[in-house]
Design a protein around this ligand. Structure first.
Ligand code: ARG
Length: 295
């Protein structure tokens, strides 16, 4: 547990940095008590509802510049239920997709979801190939160095999936081989050296998706999978015959936010404002409730 504190602190620190608009030197946040979801009341409206004297007619939201006029491009990796996955017809769906749709609507834009690998989804927004990246993305220091983030919209808890009856525990994970999704914080943190709180690269295998990592667990290529809790639950249920179980306890607790190209303050503020309005008016929660049934 102790080694996980560093991660929790990094996450908490990242969040506090994000809350201050990102960037800057590390600030200390003792105890690693990461703030839970920020209250909806702390919103930064995207377009002021009481516009100062300007040529814009009252009530018209200031048009925000996007890659393609009228379109909000969201890069994602639809392999992360219930945040993003493909429906039976192959269309992206999930909490992130619906929230992004609602944000786009508020901004007078049409959402286009660009589905790709997780690493690619992060890179796309950094390189200006997408307007926003939304993929259950954890805010951390490394990512804050290369992209900007909105306020957090969810807490992500990473857990460990094992086979029922496995000898793997939270404390002896480092003795085993761990499967993760490439590019995720689970992959990155587990790959750290033991001195830095990880298990070393030799103990970690990165797979293209979480689902493939879980298949590797079922086939015995790895002894455990580290992944965010909600996808973990979904994969365990989807593979009921394989007898998988989630170890008790939290591997790391993080915060998800929407990524925007570094320095694009106009878009960041617009998206953040829309997100906070959706939190305040209950839309956000009603989307979450569609996908997450209280357990
Ligand atoms: N929260 C983790 C991270 O940011 C995993 C996110 C994976 N998301 C996905 N859509 N595959 O690294």
């Amino acid at each position: 547990m102790k080694k996980m504190l560093a991660f929790a602190m990094a996450a908490a620190m990242a969040l506090s940095l994000a809350a201050c608009g990102g960037g800057g030197a590390a600030s200390s946040n003792k105890g690693g008590t990461s703030a839970s979801n920020p209250p909806a009341a702390s919103s930064t409206p995207a377009a002021s509802s009481t516009p100062a004297a300007s040529s814009t007619p009252a009530g018209t939201p200031d048009a925000v510049t996007t890659l393609e006029p009228g379109i909000l491009h969201m890069s994602t990796n639809a392999e992360f239920p219930p945040y993003e996955m493909l429906d039976d017809s192959g269309n992206p769906t999930g909490i992130d997709v619906e929230v992004a749709e609602a944000i786009a609507k508020k901004l007078g834009l049409e959402l286009k979801v660009d589905n790709m690998g997780f690493d690619a989804a992060l890179l796309a927004v950094q390189n200006g190939q997408s307007d926003i990246a939304m993929a259950g993305i954890t805010v951390n220091e490394e990512r804050l160095a290369v992209m900007d983030f909105t306020d957090s919209y969810a807490t992500g808890v990473q857990v460990v999936i094992v086979k029922e009856g496995s000898e793997v525990t939270m404390d002896n994970l480092g003795d085993f081989t761990i499967g993760t999704q490439l590019g995720t914080t689970g992959y990155i943190y587990a790959s750290y050296t033991p001195e830095n709180g990880g298990y070393g690269e030799d103990h970690v295998i990165g797979y293209e998706t979480g689902a493939v990592a879980v298949q590797a667990l079922i086939s015995g290529q790895v002894d455990a999978v580290i992944i965010d809790n909600l996808p973990a639950q979904s994969y365990v249920e989807a593979n009921a015959a394989a007898g998988l179980t989630i170890l008790e306890g939290t591997w790391v607790e993080e915060n998800y936010a929407i990524g925007v190209k570094k320095g694009n303050e106009e878009l960041l503020n617009a998206v953040n404002g829309a997100l906070n309005e959706l939190k305040a008016d209950g839309t956000f929660q009603s989307i979450v409730d569609k996908y997450i049934t209280a357990s």
